[in-house]
Design a protein around this ligand. Sequence first.
Ligand SMILES: Nc1ncnc2c1ncn2[C@@H]1O[C@H](COP(=O)(O)OP(=O)(O)OP(=O)(O)O)[C@@H](O)[C@H]1O
Ligand SMILES: [Mg+2]
Length: 243
Amino acid sequence: MKLNVENLSFSYEDQAIVRNLSFSVKDGEFIGILGPSGCGKSTLLNVLAGILKPQSGRILIDGKEIRGSSPQFAYMPQNDLLFPWKTILDNVCLYGEIHHCKEAMVEKARSQMARFGLGGCESKFPEELSGGMRQRAAFLRTALCEAGIFLLDEPFGALDVITRSDMQDWLRELCTNLQRTILLVTHDTDEAIYLSDRILVMGAPGEGIRREIAITEQNRTREWLYEQGALRGKIHKLIKGIQ
Ligand SMILES: Nc1ncnc2c1ncn2[C@@H]1O[C@H](COP(=O)(O)OP(=O)(O)OP(=O)(O)O)[C@@H](O)[C@H]1O
Ligand SMILES: [Mg+2]
């Protein structure tokens, strides 16, 4: 699905966090969003997801303006938001419950639990899991949504490096094979380079997009990624505002 953001503005009281922001995302495109801490990445996703109301601007999905929340967005917020009173399986299948298709979702979820390192955790409660396991459960919950656009806020921040790379590959498959449009906020430059078709580097609050970087290499591999020192350096400088 195609996303258009037009002149979007959002302020907290008198502090402009998102100011006149415009950008477009093509159907099936993978966008990485990088930027300094506190620049407004989570705020932007909250506005897109309809949790925060923009003061001005428009959000269009496939050319149609949306107001408030849209079922076309699957949102994974920065904090995992698992319900402590629900089991892991029930948490993962939350959207199935909301949309009255829980049985089908339970089946899908069960088939993915092991891949997500959650085998045997179906009847456990969130407090019994590690931080990384909770994050994988929240990611699986989002990944099982049928929505066309995924908004992911640091989905792998709490994961160890091996699981993280496995989840990155899983996400890439999701984008390629299932034609999902993805906006991924991350602090990990390598993650953004490896996964994104285009990287948006945000500046200070209210500054908006400092630079767009297209990743043109089609056959990105881990080996290729290791050789991207110059690109990595360029992005770091942009985030720090010294280029
Ligand atoms: N509820 C709130 N009330 C007032 N200001 C807020 C609120 N939430 C966030 N802010 C401010 O808005 C700015 C942007 O916050 P946001 O969480 O979007 O940043 P971020 O880019 O996601 O940062 P990080 O990379 O650390 O997650 C920050 O300066 C923050 O202090
Ligand atoms: Mg954030």
